[in-house]
Design a protein around this ligand. Sequence first.
Ligand SMILES: [Zn+2]
Length: 194
Amino acid sequence: MNEEINKIMEIPGNTKGAVILADLEYIRRKAGQESLDKIEEALAKLGHPIDFKRIRPFEEYKEAHIVSVYVLLRDMLGWSEEDIEKMGEDSAKISSVVRIFMKFVPFSKIVTAGSRYWSQHFGFGFLEVEGNEVEKSLKVMVKEYNFHPLACACHRGYFKTMAHFLTNGKDIDLKEVKCTHRGDSHHEHLITWK
Ligand SMILES: [Zn+2]
């Protein structure tokens, strides 16, 4: 039995299928359908079955399921934290939801749009954004979200891509300066560009 995954699966909170599908699509492209099948099998064996083929963009699923997939990517395919971050970065690029969303958000609206985006996709937690266009920085805070450090890695990639779109393609630097897995009260991502 995988205690780490059992613990994750106890955490409540739902996510829209669209977010999960973007990650699954990335895994399929990177590691093949076979690997995805193996992960699905492993989840069923652990007593947490989910049918990847039946996931629909606007229905809700347990966030714990996709976070468990990150753990299995590490354990079964040897993916590092950096690989998971890259997945977040690329699956946000794959996601038409993210692309369309970012295309119509001017910098001045990112503060409200960011938290709205979160609440449209997650049935729990909060996203707070502080932006400073002159200093070329953004602070993205994720609150009441506490699953696993690999989920933070995925978020870092996701926010990097969103900032990339927001700044019309600038090179983005991102540091997670606060994290609940390091004893902080929330996650805080400091994003800068030149
Ligand atoms: Zn974190």
